[in-house]
Unconditional design. Structure first.
Length: 138
């Protein structure tokens, strides 16, 4: 399956049972004007295969990973910034966050990630995309 990933797309791995993560996926889809992103939940077989393939430490990543097949992957706040790089309009202003050291960004990221189920809730299963959005999910 890993060999069949689109090489010209950026893959976002996300926690499919997290309400915050699912809302973030919907937000990203709405702002993906260049059709750059494809989505895979961590809970899926493909998600697990990608994690093994890139050699990511699963104890340190549980909410979002940005992956460009054959190029690189990023976790936590670095993943968020890689996603923001593709946004247009007013969202470009968020790129200024790159001046903040990653250990500080990740501290805030980890705080939100640790509390995301308590604050935003949890689903029984991953998001079910509409037929129109099905192509965005691998």
């Amino acid at each position: 399956m890993i060999d069949q990933l689109p090489k010209n797309k950026e893959i976002i791995l996300f926690d499919g049972v997290c309400n915050l993560c699912n809302s973030a996926v919907i937000f990203i889809i709405k702002h993906d004007s260049k059709d750059v992103f494809r989505f895979v939940s961590f809970q899926s077989d493909l998600g697990q295969e990608i994690i093994r393939h890139i050699g990511a430490d699963v104890s340190k990543i549980d909410s979002i990973v940005w992956y460009k097949p054959g190029v690189a992957y990023h976790c936590k706040s670095d993943a968020v910034l890689k996603i923001i790089e593709q946004f247009e309009g007013i969202w470009i202003a968020l790129r200024v966050l790159t001046i903040i050291p990653s250990f500080l960004r990740d501290f805030l990221y980890d705080f939100v990630a640790k509390n995301r189920y308590r604050w935003f809730g949890k689903r029984e299963s991953c998001i079910v995309p509409t037929p129109k959005l099905q192509q965005k999910f691998l």
